[in-house]
Design a protein around this ligand. Structure first.
Ligand code: BG6
Length: 489
């Protein structure tokens, strides 16, 4: 029996035949339904511009659902219930007339949740049409990323939405905030006094955040080439992770308390400009190489590519936070496509003991590390130093884990997809896991100054072979400070 009760609502997915909706949103809604987390009266509306019959489109949604939900989770009864809730309506998002028909489909009870899985350019028009159809008052809007391309364009999108919706009914998605282990960062930090006293520049030497993907760009070249890895990943996912690691304890768990603390971190980020650009940031672009032993093309050889593009598919950088807690503690961020494995991981490196008494050749291995693995194999491990066993080992040290692997420790508990949690929280009216307008804007202004620096300097991305950990200069970025990327990978 579910512990959480959720009120009935109507959830309308705009862009219901798009990749995100088919791959992520409908499977997540199905899983919520299967877990008894949707109210019996909740309705799901698929809205799309594509021509064709409603039956054909509903059939296509079901086909994708069967493909993207693990076979073991496809239960006939749950599936039938889910499909009974779902209806389809053809809607031209820019035309007001269709919204009258939409309003007729929305029952008087419960809020309307309007999920915009469309290009941000049409968010404003959808909001205006919802308002004209008399729906705005009872609607929560969910905005997918990317919200804009830079500070100015993100303001345009946010302002267009704000004309009709107050901030407390706007839910901006960063799906990393819905991941189980990201949620756990809050519990780890603020429910364990053990860490809080250590969580500052007195005890921590540096922090690494790696978000690596094995895939290349494939079918998304058109979108990705206009964005690049800095806008696509750093501006949102990696900066959000940095904020959760670096923020001060909020006074409570309310959305605004947490978001106020995150904004303080973003405001304290030192801009990377001038000479620092060359030493603190590395842009890369993958060239042909190997993935799982198979040859794969370079970024400039993918289908429908522009062979002269200088868009980056990899970024490594050193970020510094100018406040008491983090002064002198670099945060090394690294993210790229076509890396050797899919891996999202945060490593907190603790400082060495003040006086070292063991064998000098072991000194480099010394130091506690807290490794927080977001994916795959979600878990947390604290690397501690112990003595190697055996009479012949003397005082030879060994670094071993105190480990918490979520799937092994709690075998029966399924780790939900980020979208399941996020959709559930929108239905509950909880904005904790959603990004406030000022957070997005501070993140954009920090990234904008970096991009402007690249443009001024004409900095071209450094090549790296597909299947490698990025350009050599990303290694130099951290070794220059006498450190190395955490070697367990
Ligand atoms: C998206 C980016 O936000 O996150 C994609 O646009 C990226 O380029 C994806 O592949 C990664 O998400 P995850 O959950 O697979 O790590």
């Amino acid at each position: 029996m579910a512990l959480i009760s959720v009120e009935p609502c109507t959830l309308a997915v705009f862009g219901a035949l798009g990749d995100l909706a088919l791959r992520k949103l409908f499977p997540a809604l199905y899983q919520l339904d299967r877990a008894q987390l949707l109210h019996a009266d909740t309705r799901l509306l698929a809205l799309a511009r594509e021509a064709g019959s409603a039956e054909a489109h509903l059939h296509s949604i079901e086909t994708h659902l069967r493909r993207h939900v693990p076979a073991a989770d496809l239960e006939p009864e749950a599936l039938a219930r889910f499909l009974r809730r779902l209806s389809y309506q053809h809607l031209d998002f820019l035309e007001g007339e269709g919204y009258t028909a939409l309003a007729e489909q929305v029952p008087a009870e419960g809020p309307l949740i309007a999920y915009f899985a469309t290009a941000a350019a049409v968010y404003g028009a959808i909001c205006e049409n919802l308002d004209k159809a008399g729906l705005a008052e009872r609607t929560r809007v969910v905005l997918e990323k990317p919200i804009g391309h830079d500070l100015e364009s993100s303001r345009r999108v946010n302002d267009a939405v704000a004309r009709f919706f107050p901030e407390n009914r706007v839910y901006r998605i960063d799906h990393y905030l819905g991941k189980e282990t990201v949620q756990n960062l809050i519990a780890l930090r603020f429910a364990n006094s053990l860490f809080e006293t250590q969580w500052n520049q007195n005890s921590i030497s540096h922090v690494e955040i790696t978000v690596a993907e094995k895939v290349g760009i494939e079918g998304r070249w058109g979108y990705f080439d206009k964005a690049g890895q800095l806008r696509d990943m750093i501006q949102n996912h990696l900066l959000q992770l940095l904020c959760l690691i670096a923020m001060d304890p909020p006074s409570d768990l309310s959305a605004d308390s947490i978001r106020d603390e995150k904004v303080k971190v973003l405001k304290a980020l030192a801009p990377i400009t001038g000479e620092n650009l060359a030493t603190r940031v590395v842009r890369g672009q993958y060239i042909a190489g190997y993935s799982d032993g198979q040859p794969v093309p370079g970024y400039l050889e993918e289908d429908n590519c522009n062979a002269h593009s200088d868009t980056e598919t990899f970024v490594a950088l050193r970020a510094d936070i100018r406040n008491w807690r983090w002064s002198g503690v670099p945060f090394y961020l690294r993210t790229g496509k076509r890396m050797p494995q899919k891996l999202s991981q945060i490593v907190i490196h603790f400082k060495e003991t003040p006086h070292y008494i063991f064998a000098p050749e072991q000194r480099l291995e010394i130091g506690n590390k807290l490794v927080i693995r977001l994916q795959p194999d979600e878990g947390i491990s604290l690397r501690v130093m112990t003595k190697e066993q055996g009479l012949d080992k003397g005082m030879h040290l060994r670094s071993g884990p105190l480990q918490l692997n979520f799937s092994e420790t709690w075998r029966s508990a399924r780790i939900p997809d980020a979208y399941e949690r996020l959709l559930l929280e929108v239905m509950r009216g909880n904005q904790n896991l959603f990004v406030r307008k000022d957070e997005i804007e501070h993140a954009w202004s920090w990234c904008d100054q970096l991009i402007a620096g690249w443009q001024r300097s004409g900095d071209a991305p450094k090549p790296y072979a597909a299947g490698s950990w990025g350009p050599m200069s990303s290694i130099a970025l951290i070794t220059r400070d006498g450190r190395a990327w955490y070697g367990d990978i």
